[in-house]
Design a protein around this ligand. Structure first.
Ligand code: ZN
Length: 295
């Protein structure tokens, strides 16, 4: 862990990835109160408990966010909607909705990248607005579903540091390719983040910490625009009727050369969610032969 760079934001310390934070790496958040401390999303670069943490909070059940948890002896918390997947790696991988062949591939990819136990069976489920009282600061769980059903941020007050996890503001854009993902919830969560006036906004991946609500809102606009570009790409593809498989082959999320075990599933789930929304908006119709048409 010698390479991790500690960035200080009053009561919050971010242990910034020395690899820039792209998956499988990420930035770990530590909150130091006068009576207790909380670690959020210990990454794969965290190889011991640096502070004798009193608690661990997991923003959501994805392997990169739980990779360092095994080094902590404190109670582990996550939102009730994701807690089964933190308790069991099997359940976590089930959440990707993979075919049998793809599942074997993803299991070996995860096995190669992360030295994960079979799960954290004692993990505690918390609900939205759960408050960690750390003495002179509080850390409040803010439910921000969409990426996963239980995806949460954590607002540290009075510091004014809002950790928004995998609403990660990257140019790649929002990810909602799991079985439990929701495009509508993701958009609502982006709006919810926009309403919170904080001094700093922390993300898990490449963008790290953003200073100020004005800058955050500009970046959220760019981030949400990726969703609209995917809609436009899908509508352009529907210049002729197409099946889901045909749309998946043309890809809405990943570039053509990306070859990973979960790509087809993410593309399928993403296409389904966009089609459902465009049908609701009257821009697409589906017919009994499995084809989708632009109206
Ligand atoms: Zn994630």
């Amino acid at each position: 862990m010698s390479g991790l760079r500690a960035e200080n934001y009053e009561h919050v310390t971010v242990l910034a990835s020395e690899h820039g934070g792209a998956f499988p790496y990420g930035n770990t958040v530590v909150v130091n109160g006068s009576s207790a401390s909380l670690v959020i999303d210990p990454s794969t670069e965290v190889d011991h408990d640096p502070i004798g943490a009193d608690g661990v909070m997991i923003s959501h059940a994805h392997e990169d966010h739980i990779a360092g948890v095994k080094h902590f002896h404190a109670p582990i918390h996550t939102h009730t909607a994701d807690v089964a997947a933190v308790r069991s790696l099997e359940v976590l991988i089930d959440g990707y909705g993979l075919s049998r062949d793809d599942r074997a591939l993803v299991e070996s990819e995860i096995g190669n990248q992360f030295d994960l136990p079979d799960g954290f069976p004692d993990a505690i489920g918390v609900d939205a607005d759960h408050v960690f009282d750390l003495g002179d600061v509080t850390a409040t769980v803010v439910h921000l579903p969409g990426h996963t059903a239980g995806h949460c941020g954590v607002l540290v007050e009075p510091t004014g540091f809002f950790y928004i996890a995998d609403i990660d503001l990257t140019s790649f854009g929002p990810m909602y390719g799991d079985v439990g993902s929701s495009l509508d919830d993701y958009l609502t969560s982006i709006d919810r983040v926009r309403e919170v006036d904080a001094r700093w906004y922390g993300t898990f991946h490449q963008k790290g910490v953003i200073a100020g609500a004005g800058e955050l809102r500009r970046r959220l606009d760019d981030y949400a625009a990726v969703i609209h570009r995917r809609d436009e790409r899908l509508l352009a593809l529907l210049d002729r009727p197409r099946t889901i498989a045909d749309i998946v082959a043309h890809r809405l999320v990943y570039r053509p050369h990306v070859d990973l075990g979960f790509v087809d599933q993410v593309e399928t789930r993403t296409a389904e969610l966009h089609l459902r929304r465009l049908i609701r908006h009257g821009q697409v119709i589906g017919t009994d032969d499995g084809l989708f048409h632009r109206t």
